[in-house]
Ligand binder design. Structure first.
Ligand SMILES: [Fe+2]
Length: 168
């Protein structure tokens, strides 16, 4: 990561996106970093300091985070390979859905509730930067009556959509 400038402060969402893009360019120069393919959704920590942490994540098959939040961390995401679909949870309506392909990037505020899933076809590879560093994830699911509930999970826990009722 020699050519990535370390951030000097907590990053706004657009700056987190730019930082993720910088990490992605560096990652593409590192031989073998794209070989994050052990499971349907596997990941590797590629940056961690007091302002930002970041992962490179491989998505394949039906990989799906389910709806979650970042507990106060803004995020920037860059797609290196394949397609992913992002959905923002909307009250009283269908989620707001966007599809992103290789070369595209996006960001979200610290307050966002979203879900990311593999977009189908060939596996996808993404870089995610969080600022301030992601420590806790808020995980959403429905109780037996359909009421929305939020649980917390450590950032080290991989989110899997099948654990979360994500009724659209
Ligand atoms: Fe997320």
């Amino acid at each position: 990561m020699s050519r990535v400038l370390a951030p000097r402060r907590v990053l706004e969402p657009a700056a987190a996106e730019r930082f993720a893009a910088s990490l992605a360019r560096s990652a593409m120069r590192r031989c073998g970093l794209g070989d994050v393919v052990a499971s349907a959704r596997s990941y590797e920590l590629i940056w961690a300091d007091v302002y930002v942490n970041a992962w490179i994540i491989r998505w394949s098959d039906d990989a799906d985070t389910g709806f979650h939040d970042h507990d106060g961390s803004a995020a920037g995401i860059v797609v290196l390979e394949g397609d992913v679909v992002e959905e923002r949870l909307a009250l009283g309506g269908s989620p707001i859905t966007r599809r992103f392909g290789a070369g595209q990037s996006f960001h979200m505020p610290a307050s966002a509730i979203h879900r990311i899933r593999h977009g189908g076809g060939a596996s996808a590879l993404t870089v995610h930067a969080y600022s301030p560093p992601l420590t806790v994830q808020g995980v959403y699911r429905e109780d037996a009556q359909g009421a929305l509930e939020r649980f917390t999970a450590p950032y080290t826990e991989e989110l899997r959509g099948e654990q979360i009722a994500a009724r659209a």
